[in-house]
Design a protein around this ligand. Structure first.
Ligand code: NCD
Ligand code: ZN
Ligand code: ZN
Ligand code: ZN
Length: 392
């Protein structure tokens, strides 16, 4: 099949290390099929589906099921993320080896939504993962510092009377796990870095030669806690939106490579779980269909990333971090390719009801953003073209 690129930019297919598809358990908010459609339209050829489903993806039966379902839908490779602990209870390690050896060949383990809290358990997880050659991803939130907390602990939250979610909750875990990874000789990946302090810790750890990597979300690059003034719970997310100085530090860190890549943390939620009191609302934001445009709006430019750099943060680095052999790299002639064509000059206005996701909780609703995905190609087959999904 021929695709007219309209003079656009040709990039390797995007790889998202952090996606919540709510299957099994909350298929009213997202399924592997609807999430795959959103991913293909967003330019993704591979996504990593987080383990906090119901039941939790803590065994090979479940992780293999997620992989098989994604292959059946056929729009994007859905790589399951295994849970580090059984049932997300945090008391003992799941069978990481069985999941890694399954059909899905699980490459990354996380308890996202609830970090691996006990330092001894984290140390064991890192040692176990290191032996298996797989990656532990850390949600990076010290739960004893965020009990009852819902918004960034700063002047805005104080003025609005929202309970504070402090920087120290994130930074103490980043520091702890950098040091645990050093001593275990293991690799650790920091999910959704959100503070200027985390950037400094990553810079320090990398300078020591510690095998630490990190992702940042599009929403933490663009949005700050001034958005909370309306008390609209669409702005509630873990970690919380921080201050504009944090956004600046995160952008620079992505440009400099201190933060390795962009991950969406696409977190669909039902209307009733978002249209309620801020304190009661569930945290999380949609991200798959808006990521490229938010990156274009925040970090692409003369002092930021060129399109080669966009390929690095949306595709190459995430593929390297998890070790995907067929993603994120240049293709040889005749090899089935994973590609995304972007129109850099397009502008579009986000409409929450027009997104392919089953949920509508995008903070970017009504915003006009630059750059748009024109086509997505998975192993030589067009999966999205001009805003339409193409099933097999
Ligand atoms: C995530 C979700 O909804 O699953 N929410 C979020 O705000 N990022 C889980 C999490 O990472 O806390
Ligand atoms: Zn998380
Ligand atoms: Zn924790
Ligand atoms: Zn998440």
């Amino acid at each position: 099949e021929r695709v007219d690129g309209h003079g656009g930019v040709l990039l390797p297919g995007f790889v998202d290390l952090h996606t919540h598809l709510r299957e099994p358990g909350r298929e009213d908010t997202e399924t592997i099929e609807t999430g795959s459609a959103a991913a293909a339209l967003g330019g993704y050829t591979a996504v990593f589906a987080m383990a906090n489903t119901d039941p939790v993806a803590d065994s090979a039966v479940l992780t293999d099921h997620v992989w098989a379902r994604g292959q059946k839908v056929g729009l994007v490779d859905v790589h399951p993320v295994g849970a580090v602990t059984v049932g997300l209870e945090g008391t003992h390690l799941a069978e990481l080896g069985a999941m890694a050896d399954g059909v899905a060949q699980v490459k990354m383990f996380s308890d996202d939504g609830k970090c691996v809290h006990d330092p001894l358990l984290m140390r064991r997880a890192l040692e176990y993962a290191s032996g298996l050659g797989v990656l532990i991803a850390q949600h990076a939130e010290e739960p004893r510092l965020t009990v009852g907390a819902i918004a960034h602990e700063g002047p805005t939250a104080a003025r609005l009377g929202l309970a504070g979610w402090p920087r120290s909750a994130e930074e103490s875990i980043v520091a702890r796990d950098a040091i645990l990874a050093r001593d275990a000789g293991a690799r650790v990946h920091i999910c959704h870095a959100s503070t200027a302090g985390t950037v400094e810790l990553l810079r320090w750890a990398k300078a020591q030669g510690i095998a630490i990597t990190a992702e940042v979300t599009p929403h933490h690059l663009l949005l700050d806690d001034s958005r909370l003034q309306t008390y609209d719970a669409v702005n509630k997310v873990n970690p919380p939106l921080r201050e504009s100085s944090d956004c600046v530090a995160l952008r620079q860190a992505l440009v400099d490579g201190v933060i390795d890549c962009v991950a969406t943390d696409h977190a669909p939620h039902a209307e009733q779980d978002k249209c309620c009191e801020f304190a009661q609302a569930r945290p999380g934001m949609l991200g798959l269909q808006t990521a490229l445009s938010v990156i274009a709006a925040t970090v692409v430019g003369p002092d930021g990333l060129d399109w080669r750099g966009v390929a690095r943060v949306l595709s190459e680095r995430p593929a390297e971090i998890v070790g995907l052999p067929d993603q994120g790299r240049p293709i040889a002639v005749g090899e089935p390719a994973n590609l995304t064509v972007v129109d850099p000059d397009a502008e579009w206005t986000v409409s929450r009801s027009a997104l392919a996701s089953l949920s509508a909780n995008t903070p970017f609703d009504t915003m006009t953003l630059p750059a748009r995905v024109v086509a997505t190609v998975l192993r030589g087959r067009v999966t999205a073209l001009d805003g339409q999904v193409r099933y097999r």
